[in-house]
Design a protein around this ligand. Sequence first.
Ligand code: NAP
Length: 302
Amino acid sequence: MELKIAYRMLLFPIQMFYHIVRASLLSLLPSSKKDLSKEVVLITGGGRGIGSHLAKEFAKQGAKKVILWGRTEKCLKKTAEEISLSGSDCCYFVCDVANRDEVYKQAKVVREKVGDVTILVNNAAVVHGKGLMDSDDDALLKTQHINTLGQFWTTKAFLPRMLELQHGHVVCINSILSQSPIPGAIDYCTSKASSLAFMESLTLGLLDCPGVSCTTVLPFHTNTEMFRGMRVRFPQLFPPLKPEVVAQKTVDAVRTNKAFLYLPWTMRVLVILKSFMPQVALEEIHRFSGSYTCMNTFKGRT
Ligand SMILES: NC(=O)c1ccc[n+]([C@@H]2O[C@H](COP(=O)([O-])OP(=O)(O)OC[C@H]3O[C@@H](n4cnc5c(N)ncnc54)[C@H](OP(=O)(O)O)[C@@H]3O)[C@@H](O)[C@H]2O)c1
């Protein structure tokens, strides 16, 4: 027994070295992409913003069916019609992900009317965009209910069938603010940090479940209405991402089974800096980059 443990301990650093070298080499090579032609994709918040681009991208890349969830029927209908007109199969259901009963009820309706969901994209989110003392309690709670708990309910609704089929993928559109929070969006940053922990835990929990994977996407500021009015100090240096680019890179990450995707990749540097820099230096970076005050001009969705 002790010999076995000693053997494993000796092997461990070699395994680590092997995985790091292998992953680095693989990242340089074009990876094979999984076929989407049998996939039924459900996107929460699929009516507008990044969600609608995700829906169009999944359809474009050959998904069998795309299902949209959201609260505003007008947006859902418009996106579904656009996708259907391009020749892909798309439908929508009105569903508020913060409402647990509604999620379970609509998941049942989806299973009966459309079939088993094999790719779940947790994209729906809101931002209240204020500091703690300026936020009313209900607004703070609402963000947590939509951005964090909503994922609990959708994942609980669809993951069991994926595990039975040994085929499925859970995707989370997170944010770089989960790892590098800013003032003035305390509700959002907290919910995204919590959602990141949810995905990290889920990803590890599914290690022994063949055929079921996870992808977490952490984009930088993206050009949608969500953060309308937010002003970064050097927009030429840090331009907002285009939602269609976020969508395309997300679908690529799903098709190549990538667990975590930083957009742009340079955002990883921020995370590395945070792990060893003294707090005063980090504060200086926030001051210099303007992220410290960027929410002062925030207006949000109209
Ligand atoms: N924009 C950015 O700068 C940025 C950066 C990084 C990450 N992200 C993330 O990307 C994702 C999409 O954001 P976005 O920029 O596309 O924002 P957006 O344009 O405001 O879209 C948010 C979507 O979520 C839906 N939604 C909100 N509350 C919902 C609820 N309770 N139930 C169901 N659907 C709900 C909205 O539809 P209804 O209102 O009709 O329900 C809408 O379709 C979010 O997770 C966000 O955190 C955004």
